[in-house]
Design a protein around this ligand. Structure first.
Ligand code: TYM
Length: 377
């Protein structure tokens, strides 16, 4: 099973993330590379100021990012590939790799292939039908478009509808991955349905679709959280056998939920902020959030709070405070007991709502243009 479950508390697979995630350990267990300052320098040379998610090492690990940058210098472009399993509404954790993909699209002029895995979520979940996943594939695409991707460079693949585009590539991939490798990589059991066993070949296919569509053989760079890594490991092994570049990855950390520990996850709606949440709902969730505060205001003023365990602080760190100096100030004032949790919650509520209000408007407008993003337009 590809999970780092030597540590009893931590499980990281494409379908389950539990326990306290130890990112250094994942780099070792998964065999990925840390993003070094050398790589950051190379990126800065090309993009100007580093994106917040790199600057704060929210994207912290990679496979072959250096190779992709080198090829780029030599004149071989790359395409971006990422995706979503549309089992329900999008939460703001999902936006982390998408916002970063948008940045890369803008800076490198790269095409993005975006896979909506309405088939995957149907196969792995006993309680949802295809109608449900197809509906959310559409809904989730609105969230993607609302972020500002350009239609001429963005190609959304809805698996069930567009499988004919992927099928020949999928077959070439599936033929070269043994059941034993799949079992070791994904933890399949005798009780796993055979659709799910075959399915990883479908998530691998968009890595190579650019060549089929354009004739250009360029590498794909995949921004995603590190839970998706098992897919790429098996795909990278077979890519050269099929005459493709190995797909490269850049992995991010998980935006935590609003509880004490654990990633933001749709299965825990009360500690997740969904893009369609109303201000009242956001307020309730933020007010119930786990913080690094003390039991009483008097005690907190005296001994200070603990930002490192505070879920509210994490939101400023990941998304809602771009200014390092101000972030640092907030941290120090919290530790010194100069601000209380109510103040941070109020400020986050304000910023989050502003973001969601704008996002929801753009999402509404996306309904008029969604077809322009469909790979089969
Ligand atoms: P899914 O729908 O589970 O997640 C979509 C994307 O969001 C990332 N993610 C998070 N990132 C930061 N913080 C979080 N709390 C958080 N939760 C989820 C995931 O890593 C993912 O990048 N099988 C995939 C769909 C897919 C895909 C891909 C994803 C198809 N092809 C290529 C990435 C790249 C899935 O179910 O993702």
């Amino acid at each position: 099973m590809v999970s780092s479950n030597n540590n009893k508390d931590m499980v990281v697979t494409p379908w389950e993330v539990t326990g306290e995630v130890d990112y250094d350990r994942l780099i070792r267990d998964f065999g990925t590379q840390p993003i070094t300052s050398q790589i950051l320098k190379k990126i800065t040379d090309k993009t100007g100021k580093l994106h917040l998610q790199l600057q704060r090492r929210i994207f912290f690990s990679h496979r072959d990012l250096d190779t992709v940058l080198k090829l780029y210098d030599e004149g071989t472009k790359f395409v971006l590939y990422t995706g979503r399993g549309p089992s329900g509404p999008v939460h703001i954790g999902h936006l982390i790799p998408w916002l970063f993909s948008l940045h890369l699209q803008e800076k490198f002029g790269a095409r993005l292939y975006f896979q909506m895995t309405d088939d995957e979520k149907f196969l792995i979940n006993d309680n949802i039908n295809l109608q449900h996943t197809k509906k959310y594939a559409y809904e989730n695409a609105l969230d993607l478009i609302a972020l500002g991707f350009k239609p001429d460079k963005t190609f959304v693949i809805y698996d069930v509808e567009d499988i004919d585009l992927l099928y020949d590539i999928t077959l070439e991939i599936a033929k070269r991955i043994t059941y034993s490798t799949a079992k070791a990589s994904f933890g399949f059991k005798d009780s796993t349905n055979i659709g799910w066993v075959f399915w990883p070949a479908i998530q691998a296919a968009p890595c190579f679709i650019h060549k089929k569509l354009t004739g250009e053989n360029v590498p794909a760079l995949i921004p995603a959280a590190i839970d998706q890594d098992p897919y790429w490991r098996v795909t990278r092994d077979i890519a050269p056998k099929l005459g493709y570049h190995k797909p490269a990855q850049i992995h991010c950390r998980f935006l935590p939920g609003l509880g004490s520990g654990g990633k933001m996850s749709a299965s825990k709606p009360e500690t997740s902020i969904f893009t369609m949440d109303s201000p009242e709902v956001v307020k309730r969730k933020i007010w119930n959030a786990f913080t690094g505060g003390k039991p009483t205001a008097a005690e907190q003023r005296k001994t200070g709070g603990i930002p490192s365990i505070c879920s509210i602080y994490q939101y400023f760190f990941y998304l809602f405070e771009e200014d390092d100096k101000k972030l640092f100030e907030r941290e120090n004032r919290c530790k010194a007991g100069e601000i209380l949790c109510g103040e941070c919650k109020q400020e986050l509520f304000f910023r989050l709502n502003k973001f969601l209000e704008e996002h929801q408007k753009r999402r509404e407008r996306a309904k008029d243009v969604i077809e322009q993003y469909h790979i089969k337009r």
